[in-house]
Design a protein around this ligand. Structure first.
Ligand SMILES: Nc1ncnc2c1ncn2[C@@H]1O[C@H](COP(=O)(O)OP(=O)(O)OP(=O)(O)O)[C@@H](O)[C@H]1O
Ligand SMILES: [Mg+2]
Length: 237
């Protein structure tokens, strides 16, 4: 069982898109996955058709498991910024996580307490980022948090990957940033980019993972490959 937090303090870097589609592809590969949404925007739930109820946020909502189209997926929305209770969250996660092969946590860009707590309880972090100078600054900020938490609370924490998102290979700036990130963090740490693909945005609007919306598009291919890559990395853990 592995707890993976998808995080970046910058907004709009593809965190939720990554959580929804990674979870869907891992479940297609026969892994049982719990998706925890710590963002009060509730976007993960929207990405899965709005099936989770927000009324009982501390109970795993089994609706996704029961959903014919999305077996082996469970969604839990813990989504109230004002009442985020880190002790309660940690206790709850310890109780439920053994039921799943993977726990994937989506984090808000703005609630530091939720983000810090998720990082403390995780085995690994995945950081989607825009391949721009500002995006690089966001990654630096996040890796400082990673080092602080790993040193103080969670020595087993791994930075499983930095994930360029909305990548356009025709743009020199995107190519340059990925090259410089690989030089800085190592070839393996910077994962294969997720290309910019409007189908991913359309799928979110249609409240469907990309596999269910347009499984032959480049966005679907990229997230399938990411799931394979993450599975392989977890296998080596
Ligand atoms: N690879 C992609 N190509 C095109 N559009 C994308 C891609 N990834 C995400 N998007 C779109 O970009 C927007 C932001 O994505 P997303 O909501 O996943 O980011 P986020 O990091 O979760 O944002 P927030 O910080 O607000 O939670 C959404 O409209 C989404 O559909
Ligand atoms: Mg989000």
């Amino acid at each position: 069982m592995t707890v993976l937090t998808v995080c970046n303090r910058k907004g709009g870097t593809g965190k939720t898109t990554t959580v929804v589609n990674l979870a869907r592809y891992l479940s297609l590969a026969n892994h049982s996955v719990l998706v925890v949404d710590l963002d009060s925007q509730g976007h993960v739930n929207q990405g899965f058709g709005g099936v989770a109820s927000a009324q009982s946020p501390w109970q795993c909502d089994e609706a996704l498991s029961e959903h014919n189209d999305w077996p082996r997926l469970t969604l839990c929305q813990i989504a109230d910024d004002e009442s985020f209770d880190s002790v309660r969250f940690i206790t709850w996660l310890h109780q439920v996580k053994a039921r799943f092969q993977h726990v994937i946590i989506d984090t808000p860009p703005t609630n530091d307490e939720a983000l810090n707590t998720a990082v403390r309880v995780s085995d690994a972090l995945l950081v989607p980022f825009a391949a721009t100078p500002l995006g690089v600054a966001g990654v630096h900020q996040l890796t400082r948090l990673f080092m602080k938490v790993a040193a103080a609370y969670n020595p087993d924490l791994r930075l499983i990957g930095l994930l360029p998102t909305m990548f356009d290979r025709r743009l020199n700036i995107h190519q340059q940033v990925v090259t410089s990130m690989r030089a800085e963090y190592g070839e393996k740490r910077v994962l294969r980019p997720i290309r910019s693909n409007i189908k991913l945005a359309e799928a979110f609007s249609a409240h469907l993972p990309i596999y269910d919306y347009a499984k032959d598009c480049t966005g679907a291919m990229d997230y399938q490959l990411l799931a394979d890559e993450i599975s392989a990395l977890w296998g080596q853990a």
